[in-house]
Design a protein around this ligand. Structure first.
Ligand SMILES: [Zn+2]
Length: 419
């Protein structure tokens, strides 16, 4: 076995022939002259073998993966060919995308690493400057999303998410059956969600949507009703619970404002306790809250109502749930607490869509997996300015974009796919 064949074997350059090699940059880079097996000469569009018009003039370089800390650089001068259908063009490069300066397998490694670590760390491992990592990643993801179609979407979830330290908003659309993200768009208004329905779904796909979960924003509800008239809407449980918590906190704040120093002492430190789910409370917490019955009736009433409301989520039959909800609303109105009355108005406005939860307990926090990951990604992407790098990360980690499906994979031997 010659040196060059051995080198090709070690580097797993299967379909390529090495013509020369050289260590450069004080031994930190291994440069290889290569050529496609069987001389290449294929048209990049139709893959047909074509006549060579001109031999390669200028050698191009591609960065490859690192091996024991050494960067591998490939050199080749692409030939010009004449395709009967597509005319004069540069031959296809089997190891890299057109105009790319890194190989498929480096792209794949980059994606795989960025799924589990920061881009900075991935860049350091692969010896890529961190300033270019984001661009490279974006190009790979854009390429794989270019001809990507959403498939089999039946249960839809729409939510808003903040980025850029909470200053900007984006709309994010989930496939709740398979718990992944299918779309991310700038803004949180009606135009944004309309754009999703127009751009990402065909009329047939829109008609196939059976269930949709969203918060109480009129923009999302309006758009879903307009584009998928047959879909049943479910108001997201966590948004509703949050609204109720806010109403209860409003009662506490109001009391705080009106009470003197002595009364304030009795309700001090209640904020977190009131917002806590009954399941997470200790006996001491409950005792503290029960003591409110004598010390502050308003807060006590608000808290009891809030705790009772939680039963709603556990009903099995829509009829029973409906009766419960109506009774609860009457009780809340009788409490004469303004913020809870406002919450009742919200309930009344979305009454039917809240009841659908009993038929299909949908929530955007699918197993909390997505939300937890989104939070991690948001932290990781906090240094980025725009939505694009953040969206790239979302698609890479929890998108329906499966990097393993990419054409990149065909180029990589199976044991290089594991990290
Ligand atoms: Zn062709």
């Amino acid at each position: 076995m010659s040196n060059l064949t051995l080198l090709a074997k070690i580097l797993r350059l299967k379909e390529l022939k090495i013509t020369w090699f050289q260590f450069r940059q004080r031994d930190t880079e291994l440069h290889l002259g290569i050529k496609p097996y069987k001389n290449g000469c294929r048209c990049p569009v139709c893959e047909r073998r074509c006549r060579i018009v001109r031999q390669g003039q200028e050698a191009r370089r591609w960065e490859d993966i690192t091996l024991f800390g050494r960067k591998i650089v490939l050199w080749y001068a692409p030939k010009e060919i004449e395709c009967p259908t597509h005319g004069r063009t540069q031959e296809e490069i089997p190891w890299a995308a057109a105009h790319a300066r890194i190989t498929y397998r480096l792209e794949y490694r980059l994606c795989a690493l960025c799924q589990i670590m920061t881009q900075k760390a991935a860049g350091a491992i692969l010896k890529l400057p961190s300033s270019t990592v984001s661009d490279l990643l974006h190009r790979v993801i854009a390429r794989s999303r270019a001809d990507h179609r959403i498939r089999g979407l039946v249960t839809l979830g729409v939510d808003e998410i903040s980025y850029c330290k909470g200053r900007k908003f984006a709309t994010i659309v989930y496939d709740l059956d398979r718990s992944y993200v299918v779309w991310v768009g700038k803004g949180k208004g009606r135009e944004t969600i309309d754009r999703f329905f127009h751009e990402a779904l065909s009329p047939a796909q829109r008609a196939r949507i059976r269930w949709a979960s969203c918060d109480m924003s009129q923009a999302y509800i309006g758009a879903i009703k307009h584009h998928c008239p047959t879909a049943q809407l479910v108001i997201d449980r966590f948004h509703l619970a949050k609204a109720l918590n806010e109403a209860v906190d409003e009662v506490r704040k109001e009391e705080w404002r009106q009470l003197g120093a002595e009364g304030r002492h009795a309700i001090k430190g209640l904020r977190w306790l009131l917002g806590m789910h009954s399941r997470n409370r200790t006996k001491g917490d409950t005792r503290l809250l029960n003591r409110l019955r004598t010390s502050n009736r308003h807060i006590h009433r608000a808290w009891v109502l809030k705790d009772e409301f939680d039963h709603f989520w556990h009903f099995q039959y829509p009829g029973a749930a409906k009766r419960f909800l109506k009774r609860w609303m009457t009780a809340a109105l009788r409490s004469r607490l303004p913020s809870l009355r406002r919450f009742v108005t919200t309930l009344r406005n979305h009454f039917d869509n809240i009841l659908t939860f009993i038929k299909r307990p949908l929530t955007n926090a699918v197993g909390e997996g997505i939300n937890r990951l989104l939070k991690i990604l948001k932290n990781r992407a906090s240094g980025f300015r725009g939505l694009e790098p953040f969206a790239d990360l979302i698609f890479l980690t929890i998108g329906d974009l499966d990097i393993l499906d990419l054409d990149i994979l065909a180029q990589i031997p199976s044991d290089l796919r594991t990290l």
